[in-house]
Ligand binder design. Structure first.
Ligand SMILES: [Zn+2]
Length: 291
């Protein structure tokens, strides 16, 4: 069976055909060509190969390739770059001349203050063109605000003053001692509190809840007790004859913390020197407590 197919294929390949062109009227044979399948196959193969070969050669070795889209020549590209550089240089040169000409025209017309330097062909990044004074009002306000906030925080108490008055008043601080004020608050005179003259052995009370942060004897001001209250508020009680609290003790508003005395070199008679501090700023106790 397989042999049969093979022999028929061989036969087909070896069959010879005749390609004839006849005169239609006389049937005279004008052209005749003997063909086999092998011949025909060879003929088309060679033709196709030749066609491809010549087309490729034409594209590779002739300027025809420049008509192919996307094909660029290296030399052309470098030439284009050089041209671009030249154009740019020329443009700058032109601008410079324009400025020069403008200067000359200004001088000729007498429009120039000759004491000032003339305009130059400056680059856009020249810093002299930026005017720092041309700030919007909002910008200036913001800068001022930031500068103020940058100041050391001790001044913060003074600025918050109005708010502070309300805030401390709302806490309803108590009168620390019964008596009459003999010396007023005077921050400029470095008297950061008030002096309240009282009877001897009068109890001294904490003005608000808080914690004792200092309870000690000093040579100048005798027995001094200092209490830290909520929200940066501190009260100081000086010249006591004795103290009932120690550093770290918690105290309630109105709780007796000391006894009025006349201790310390700066005291002349029984009285309480009483100070209130808020965020590092001394306050006038009269603003918050009625004596
Ligand atoms: Zn005093």
């Amino acid at each position: 069976m397989a042999d049969k197919i093979k022999t028929s294929q061989n036969k087909n390949l070896k069959n010879r055909f005749r390609f004839v062109i006849l005169n239609d009227e006389t049937f005279e044979e004008k052209f005749a060509l003997t063909l086999t399948r092998t011949n025909v196959w060879l003929f088309f193969s060679i033709t196709a190969f030749t066609l491809v070969f010549f087309t490729a050669s034409a594209i590779i070795y002739t300027p025809l390739k420049y008509f192919i889209p996307g094909f660029g020549d290296y030399n052309y590209r470098s030439q284009m770059l050089q041209l671009e550089f030249k154009t740019d240089s020329l443009r700058r040169e032109m601008q410079g001349r324009e400025v020069w000409l403008q200067n000359v025209m200004d001088i000729a017309a007498g429009r120039v203050d000759t004491s000032k330097p003339l305009k130059t062909n400056t680059s856009p990044t020249d810093k002299s063109d930026i005017k720092l004074s041309d700030l919007s009002n909002e910008e200036q306000e913001l800068r001022q605000q930031v500068e103020d906030e940058d100041n050391f925080s001790l001044s913060a108490g003074a600025k918050k003053d109005d708010g502070t008055v309300d805030q401390v008043k709302q806490m309803h601080p108590m009168k620390p001692v019964e008596g009459s004020v003999t010396e007023e608050y005077n921050a400029k005179g470095e008297h950061f509190g008030i002096d309240v003259a009282a009877k001897a052995d009068e109890p001294v009370k904490a003005m608000l809840d808080g914690k004792v942060i200092s309870a000690a004897f000093t040579l100048e001001t005798g027995y001094v007790i200092t209490i830290q209250h909520a929200t940066d508020l501190v009260s100081v009680y000086k010249h006591n004859s004795r103290l009932f609290k120690r550093t770290g003790d918690a105290v309630k508003a109105g709780e007796v913390i000391a006894i009025v005395g006349s201790t310390g070199e700066l005291s002349s008679g029984p009285h309480l020197h009483f100070e209130i501090w808020y965020a590092g700023q001394s306050l006038n106790p009269r603003d918050y407590i009625v004596f």
